[in-house]
Design a protein around this ligand. Structure first.
Ligand SMILES: [Zn+2]
Length: 349
């Protein structure tokens, strides 16, 4: 291991150019070595679900809150760690600096996009070829190479989410010309000058109604236009504020899904039990660490059986709680064991 001694700040000015260049070269090498070490540790933290035991709903939340990485830095590290897990050959390329974390992130985002679009997975060999082809490429060259390789609109600009001071969330989305034409067409056919947000909310509300019907959560009415138009909902607003009042689109969006992949059979949970559990949870994951710290997740929540159905657990109000995906997984791991869970969850292998 190369270890370089720290130079006191006041001595930096007395270094010769040669010493200065040598020193910074050594340090950047050391920086990349440390990054690889961080990625290896993150991988083990994800495999053991150690972040979930600490009360974090995702590895990303752990990286940004506990490790204090910026959102973008956390994202790059998690993507690179997962890329290293899939393609071990890139580890040395990352360590030598031939491949950058951002190129790997960009490649993984594009590959995900492509796989979704093409409805098929890339083979490990192809994935490796793509990653290695990006060695030594600039950001722009990487974008071009990925755009040529995959027929998807590129560059894929991520959706940036920012919580504003008012407690609302600002979302920036980049649409291509063709994608924007869809909204223009909606405007034209509806004969109303509705703005993009209004159009998106209407579509989201319709989709949500379909989903909630398929999950047995509602039987008849769709959200009223007034509810759809309502701007923001306080975070702690219950699903139905007053008896009989339609929930807002945003409150609906926070309704837990009913799709744990294993052990839960939560579709068998009645709407009454779901309402009770949701109200009890206040729309927030109910997991607590041993020291009593509660998980902060309010999105991607699921109905979880405290005692799994497979072990005789009932779908009644005493046995149903609201957990985020990761804590649902963690509780299943406690009961079924890591070995069993690893069969279903690749990141735990
Ligand atoms: Zn949680």
């Amino acid at each position: 291991m190369t270890k370089t001694a720290n130079i006191p700040a006041h001595e930096i000015r007395s270094l010769t150019n040669q010493e200065l260049v040598h020193k910074i070269g050594e340090l950047t090498k050391e920086e990349r070595r440390i990054t690889i070490e961080v990625l290896r540790l993150l991988r083990e933290i994800e495999r053991r679900q150690a972040f979930a035991e600490l009360g974090y709903p995702s590895l990303f939340a752990y990286c940004t809150k506990a490790l204090r990485y910026s959102e973008a830095a956390a994202c790059r590290r998690i993507e690179a760690m997962r890329a290293m897990r899939e393609t071990p050959e890139i580890e040395t390329k990352l360590e030598t600096g031939e491949l950058s974390l951002s190129a790997v992130t960009q490649a993984r985002t594009t590959i995900r996009h492509h796989e979704k679009f093409a409805k098929s997975k890339l083979t490990p060999e192809k994935r490796k070829d793509v990653m290695l082809s990006l060695c030594g490429q600039s950001k722009r060259q990487t974008e071009k190479a990925l755009a040529l390789e995959f027929s998807v609109p590129l560059p894929v600009t991520p959706v940036v989410q920012r919580e504003t001071a008012r407690g609302t969330t600002r979302v920036t989305i980049e649409f291509t010309e063709d994608e924007m034409k869809v909204f223009e067409e909606i405007r034209r056919l509806s004969g109303r000058p509705q703005n993009l947000k209004e159009a998106l909310l209407r579509m989201a509300a319709k989709e949500l109604t379909v989903l909630r019907k398929s999950h047995g959560e509602i039987t008849v009415r769709s959200p009223s236009p007034a509810a759809v138009k309502r701007e923001a909902v306080p975070k702690d607003e219950p699903l139905s504020g007053k008896d009989g009042e339609e929930p807002s689109a945003q409150a609906l969006a926070q309704t837990p899904t009913s799709t744990p992949a294993f052990a839960s059979a939560s579709d068998s949970v009645s709407i009454f039990v779901k309402r009770y559990a949701w109200k009890k949870s206040g729309g927030r994951c109910e997991f607590r660490t041993e020291s009593g710290v509660r998980c902060e997740a309010r999105h991607g929540l699921e109905y979880d059986h405290v005692v799994p159905v497979s072990l005789g657990g009932l779908s009644n109000k005493d046995n149903i709680r609201v957990y985020c995906r990761q804590h649902n997984l963690l509780s299943a791991t406690y009961i079924l064991g890591r070995k069993c869970m690893a069969k279903y969850v690749p990141s735990m292998r």
